[in-house]
Design a protein around this ligand. Structure first.
Ligand SMILES: [Zn+2]
Length: 216
């Protein structure tokens, strides 16, 4: 089995003295995991987290850990790494992708949104991170609907959000359930609570980088 796609390198760890195990978020096949031969000892063209490029993933059997050929085009992490907060956002985003997305399932829209996130983070726009997480929630089955009340349909005085459905609730409809609802507007704490619930359902834990993320 051979897969080829444009991809973002989101994690790389030494596997032995020479080789590394890498994860890429690919445009056509979502998360791919495999070995990058010689990545640990590479002197030039060293694979680095945050690079964007073309990947070829090969595996003999469907279930086997594949091997990568990685051809980096550019490193979007360079302007991100100059700043602690930008870097914390990138790390949190990559850890969430690794934790929550299944392997070899396509998330093309989220891939493009992740590329865009790296681009704007590099320009210093930290606010884009929250938008990215709302997009991630959409792909995990929690598309936030903030336009009208899920109880009565009104579009004004929307004060709360249902943790179960991700839909807005107006002040009146919220009253009987107020302790169970999240207050609007959506902020980093709101998305964290959704993400924690999803992690719990998947039997995993929210990545440390995300829990600690504090954008000012
Ligand atoms: Zn209502």
């Amino acid at each position: 089995m051979k897969l080829e796609s444009n991809a973002i390198l989101i994690s790389i760890r030494p596997f032995n003295e020479k080789d590394a195990v890498a994860r890429v978020f690919s445009r056509d096949y979502g998360i791919l995991v495999g070995v990058m031969r010689g990545a640990v000892v590479a002197k030039k063209n060293k694979p680095l987290v945050g690079q964007v490029g073309d990947v070829v993933w090969n595996a003999r059997l469907d279930s086997q850990l594949g091997t990568f050929h990685w051809d980096a085009e550019k490193n979007l992490a360079v302007p991100i790494m100059m700043n602690q907060q930008r870097l914390a956002c990138m790390n949190a985003a990559f850890d969430l992708l690794i934790t929550l997305l299944p392997e070899r399932e396509e998330y093309m829209m989220l891939f493009d949104e992740t590329l865009n996130l790296l681009d704007v983070l590099g320009q210093g726009d930290l606010g884009a991170y929250l938008t990215w997480e709302i997009n991630l929630l959409r792909d995990l089955g929690y598309a936030l609907d903030l336009n009208r009340c899920s109880g009565c349909g009104r579009v004004h005085n929307l004060t709360h959000l249902s943790p179960r459905t991700g839909r807005a609730v107006c002040a009146e409809c919220a009253q009987p359930y107020i302790s169970k609802l999240y207050a609007l507007p959506v902020n980093m704490n709101t998305t964290l609570r959704f993400l924690e619930n999803i992690c719990m359902q998947q039997g995993t834990q929210i990545p440390h980088m995300r829990r600690m993320l504090n954008i000012v």
